[in-house]
Design a binder for this molecule. Sequence first.
Ligand code: ZN
Length: 149
Amino acid sequence: MSEAPARPVPAITPEMAPFWEAARRHELVVQRCLDCGAHRFPAREVCSGCLSRRAEWQRVGGTGHVFSIAVMHQASHPWFAARVPYAVVVIQLVEGPRMLSTVTGLAPHAIEIGMPVEVGFEDVTPEVSLPVFRPASARTAAPPTGRPR
Ligand code: ZN
């Protein structure tokens, strides 16, 4: 009997190490420019808004909405073979950055653009906890603009 393929996990680069350290604590962090205040993800050395090199990692609320969806019908890696079709989803965080992830708890075709979501974490290995998103509960759901309803 053959061994099941191991789940592929992201490589932890030096630039993104603080993100993965926070994810292990089940906290979502993104870089924030210390000069113009813009949030950015993934980590970059230079702010695309003001060209500053000064940045910090800041915890964000973990809520946002579905920006785009792609439903995969072919396995890009043997681990995904038993999981097709699955959704690859771009999440727009309330703070602004977009993050490639997925939405759990729904069939891929039930995920809708604009759907409010909140972060959760899947502990995959001792080093990697993946941020994944689920439909937001009424308590945390907010319109994408953050304006009151
Ligand atoms: Zn900036």
